[in-house]
Design a protein around this ligand. Structure first.
Ligand SMILES: [Zn+2]
Length: 388
């Protein structure tokens, strides 16, 4: 496949080159490689004769055989989007709605006639957007709430006058409900009060040596004056080592801060923002789609199930599956769905029982239709496998 590269401003100009030897002649930031059939960046498939076809058009030629009847009936489209994502700068803090919230929100905004392109449009589709990220480099992120006690401790230590009344309320009601009020009140602080609070935060952070405060100082250079600078005090901060993975649940605030990784997600664009962004934030809608439960730091990593040098990641939704396959010598894999394979460390030879064979270099990707039923790979290094 040839894939669309999205040149978002937060992307890295060197990471895809370093990992996969992809040239970047213009030196532009390269944020994401999209592998899939999404209308905003559909991959192009080249058959053995080199003829190009859009993946979406190819699938539409015979959806039941390309995706399998089961997936075609259940989803009506390739149900996942697979990406390589390289963040040089932090992405916005965000929450994705669950399925029923997305259905309700989308229907309402359609009914109100809010254009898809409007800045205040929250719901681009009626789908949920569960995500998995697999680190290729050290990968810095925030995911889920710290415990209420930890949040109270962090803010008590800061002793910022503007925030004291909000903190007093949280101390009086240290529950999920209390946290919900604290979170929405804090994000709503505005004008002079917001400037004072952020100035005080930066003075404290500048004098502290802990990594948590250094992170806030670094984020300030990217998003000066943004209320999201308080987020690291409320959310878990995590660094994935290369090869580690985590799942981003619906209704859970998270942010990608820096690093390159693979990301696989359901086919959706529904994002409610909670800071580190110049974009529109609908705080009421955000709060209504957020679970204010603590997420213990030691529960963040997703542990794969290992079978014959194949790491399968347990995913709590049926939109996609994800696995890493290593040390493959004539490994035969049976498949029931459309797959995308991406060799990560070196070239892969892909063979089908009909005799067709091709060489896929690292960083290149290949689409396998469900009707293939099985395929064989030869590859020393890791191959990332997206399927459903
Ligand atoms: Zn997300």
């Amino acid at each position: 496949m040839t894939n669309v590269i999205q040149n978002y401003a937060w992307g890295s100009s060197s990471s895809f080159n370093q990992l996969f030897g992809m040239a970047n002649q213009t030196g532009e930031p390269q944020a994401e490689i999209w592998m899939g059939a999404h209308p905003n960046g559909c991959s192009t498939v080249h058959n053995q004769n080199g003829e190009p076809t859009k993946l979406s058009s190819l699938i539409a030629q015979n959806i039941n055989s390309f995706l399998s009847e089961k997936v075609a009936t259940r989803f009506g489209e390739l149900p996942y989007l697979f990406k390589v994502l390289a963040a040089e700068k932090a992405l916005s803090i965000q929450v994705h709605p669950n399925k029923s919230q997305a259905e309700r929100g989308f229907a309402l905004e359609e009914q109100l006639g809010i254009p898809q392109s409007a800045g205040n449009r929250n719901y681009k589709d009626a789908n949920h957007k569960p995500e998995l990220v697999y680190a290729l480099t050290e990968y810095h992120a925030m995911n889920g709430f710290r415990s209420v006690n930890e949040i109270i401790e962090n803010f008590t230590r800061l002793a910022i006058p503007t925030i004291e009344p909000l903190l007093a309320q949280l101390k009086a009601n240290p529950t999920a409900r209390g946290l919900s009020m604290f979170f929405s009140d804090l994000l709503s602080v505005d004008g002079e009060q917001k400037d004072q609070a952020i100035t005080a935060l930066l003075v404290r952070a500048g004098n502290a040596e802990e990594p948590l405060y250094q992170l806030i100082v670094e984020l300030e250079t990217q998003y000066p004056g943004d209320i999201g600078l308080f987020a690291p005090l409320m959310l878990n901060v995590i660094t994935l080592q290369p090869g580690q993975a985590m799942f981003l649940d619906a209704e859970t605030p998270h942010a990608y801060l820096k690093g390159t990784g693979l990301e696989i997600m359901a086919n959706s664009d529904n994002v409610l923002r909670a800071g580190l962004t110049p974009k529109f934030m609908d705080i009421n809608e955000l709060v209504s789609c957020t679970k204010f439960d603590e997420k213990p730091h030691d529960s963040l990593l997703l542990n794969p199930i290992e079978r014959d040098a194949m790491l399968e990641y347990p995913i709590p939704v049926d939109d996609f599956k994800f696995a890493i396959v290593s040390h493959s010598k004539q490994r035969l894999i049976a498949t029931e769905s459309a797959e995308i394979l991406l060799p990560l460390d070196g070239a892969m030879v892909l063979t089908h029982t009909n005799g067709e064979s091709c060489l896929i270099e690292k960083g290149q990707s290949v689409f396998i239709p469900a009707y293939a039923q099985n395929y064989m790979i030869d590859c020393e290094g890791r191959v990332a496998r997206a399927y459903s």
